[in-house]
Design a protein around this ligand. Structure first.
Ligand code: SF4
Length: 323
């Protein structure tokens, strides 16, 4: 690990002014600093900021502070009852110990688990722009089939962000130019030819909170995560579904995938194939085909396409059966 400056922020404005790398739970940052993958010259500890509350909003939505721990959010009564998909996604991630430390803001900013990114012996465009991508012709079983480029095919590892994508969350920030509210669907960037740029944050900009819109009465939701082992493992494919049904027909559907794409992946193709149609397995299959129509397999990850399709069908069946 390299030498770095450490300081503690007392206010959000002070954290922004300090213009360093923010330390919250440390469950990603400290790991990657030990591996010399990240070598920030200045680390700003933000754990003392008043961003650790979950509050109901007057419009029926929810405001989640950036420092709310993943465990606290998962077990929050409102989240469990109304935003079930979010609670399920959080509890599917990491281990209880990590969830007790990891924060909402940090979870959104998790770094990829691409082996080559985490090992400085290998070329990686995300770690060192222009160096090349070892995964393209390497062992790419865990990599993306959606959203990749000739420069990077790394998947985004978050479960929480996938659920928030289906819930149409908004990320609120404070930066050198003031406050911003960014729909989560516009927060992440696909790698293109600049895989080192993962989101729209500018230097010094800090996530202060996330808001979830209210859900209509009768909305159902579910998160399914498929992985190599049942616990403490990242998704090979995961699905978040938020759905409304009336008279056996799907009136509204929001679908997002994890584990298969370079960012938490909202599938408008699947949503279009679901809305206005009967809640049947045939409809679900059509939606899963639509969702994966643009998928591009690499040498070792073609299985993810069928896995993601089956995950969506199963998630929709489970969700529509729990009326
Ligand atoms: Fe690096 Fe992305 Fe290639 Fe992985 S897939 S080696 S993160 S450039």
């Amino acid at each position: 690990m390299q030498v770095f400056r450490y300081s503690q922020a007392r206010t959000v404005e002070g954290a922004v002014r300090a213009n360093g790398t923010f330390l919250a739970g440390g469950t990603t940052l400290v790991d990657l600093m030990k591996l010399n993958v990240l070598q920030p010259p200045a680390v700003i500890d933000i754990n003392g900021l008043p961003l650790d509350r979950v509050e109901s909003l007057p419009n029926g939505g929810l405001r989640i502070g950036a420092l709310v721990r993943n465990s606290d959010l998962a077990w929050n009564e409102t989240v469990k009852e109304k935003y079930t998909v979010l609670s399920e996604a959080l509890l599917s991630g990491a281990s209880p110990q990590l969830r007790n430390m990891a924060t909402t803001g940090g979870n959104l900013l998790q770094k990829t688990r691409c082996y080559y990114y985490r090992d400085t012996n290998y070329a990686c465009n995300k770690r060192q722009p222009g160096a090349g991508c070892s995964a393209l012709d390497g062992f790419n079983r865990i990599h993306a089939v959606l959203g990749g480029s000739d420069h990077c095919v790394a998947t985004h590892p978050s479960d929480m962000a996938v659920a928030m994508m289906a819930l149409e969350a908004t990320v609120h920030t404070q930066g050198p130019k003031g406050e911003r509210s960014i729909p989560l669907d516009e927060f992440y960037l696909v790698p293109g030819d600049t895989p080192e740029k993962e989101n729209v944050l500018v230097p010094g900009e800090i996530i202060t909170h996330v808001t979830l819109p209210p859900l209509a009465a009768g909305t159902r939701s579910h998160y399914l995560k498929l992985r190599d082992r049942a616990q403490y493992e990242f998704a090979l494919a995961s699905v978040a579904v938020v759905i409304q049904i009336s008279g056996g027909n799907i009136t509204r559907a929001r679908v997002a995938f994890g584990g298969v794409a370079t960012k938490p992946w909202r599938s408008r193709e699947a949503e279009r194939a679901l809305e206005g149609h009967a809640a049947t397995t045939e409809t679900f299959s059509r939606a899963s085909d639509a969702a994966m129509a643009g998928a591009k397999p690499l040498q070792y990850n073609g299985f993810k396409i069928e896995l993601a399709k089956r995950a969506l069908v199963r998630t929709l069946e489970t969700t529509t059966q729990t009326a």
